[in-house]
Design a binder for this molecule. Structure first.
Ligand SMILES: O=P(O)(O)OC[C@H]1O[C@](O)(CO)[C@@H](O)[C@@H]1O
Length: 242
């Protein structure tokens, strides 16, 4: 595991964007796994800027998002579909048919999970999967539990997760109770993984995930079992590491 710490958010963002740009320059048809939440926004800004400057094209790339809320229309400002349009996909030259996000409004959510896995299987493997981490160690929306799911599935969001994401919705009650998420098995199948973490409130979970036991009680700890993980931390998020 390659752990890099940054004093400046700008440099962290440039390092994250740089990895993605390098992959696309070497392999224009790369498959990227993308994340949402507050963490990747600065990286997406750098990617959009690099695209504007003509440094990188996504015309042949494919992107797969980790997750989507259940029950939010695509047009809802907090759906991950809207988030991705706003922060990245609406600002680059990727054809819509190459952008994949689970449909949280599907009438049959179980079939939607199987469809998502099928499309991913046909396009994959993912060349680079970007991840954030929840305060409870979730990756995607894989919450801590006795057992973890391998494949795409429906998950009940934990109170802590809904409270953390309430900042986007105004209040925890408005945060959907369920989401569709790629499974931990799917995430670990990516050839390379990029974990990005910022802020002092994530220092404890970073230490547990990277240096604690590998346990389903901290889904991110399974990243320790992957052969090619890069972790980008700001100094606050990395302050608990020994
Ligand atoms: O980046 P944030 O907003 O702290 O969220 C952490 C993680 O939790 C999620 O919201 C759940 O998928 C991710 O989007 C994010 O990577």
């Amino acid at each position: 595991m390659n752990i890099l710490k940054f004093r400046s958010q700008k440099e962290l963002n440039q390092a994250g964007a740089g990895m993605i740009i390098e992959i696309l320059q070497t392999n224009p048809g790369a498959v990227l796994g993308l994340a949402t939440g507050g963490t990747p926004v600065g990286i997406y800004q750098e990617l959009a800027a690099a695209h504007r400057q003509g440094l990188v094209s996504y015309a042949k790339a494919a992107v797969f998002n980790l997750d989507e809320y259940v029950g939010l229309e695509r047009g809802h400002p907090e759906s991950y579909y809207s988030y991705m349009q706003r922060h990245l996909l609406g600002k680059i030259d990727i054809p819509p048919k190459q952008c994949h996000i689970p449909d949280g409004m599907a009438a049959d959510l179980e079939s939607e999970c199987r469809r998502y896995d099928r499309v991913l299987e046909e396009a994959g493997p993912i060349d680079l999967q970007m991840l954030g981490i929840g305060h409870n160690g979730h990756i995607g929306f894989n919450e801590p539990d006795e057992e973890l799911e391998h494949v795409t599935h429906i998950v009940e969001l934990q109170e802590q997760t809904r409270e953390a994401n309430a900042r986007f919705f105004g209040m925890p009650e408005k945060v959907p109770a369920q989401a569709i998420t790629m499974g931990v098995g799917t995430i670990l199948k990516a050839k390379r993984i990029l974990l990005v973490v910022r802020g002092p409130d994530k220092a404890d979970i970073v230490k547990r995930a990277l240096q604690g036991p590998v346990t389903t009680k901290c889904p991110a700890s399974f990243l320790q079992t992957h052969p090619d993980v890069t972790v980008l931390l700001d100094t606050d998020a990395g302050s608990g590491l020994g």
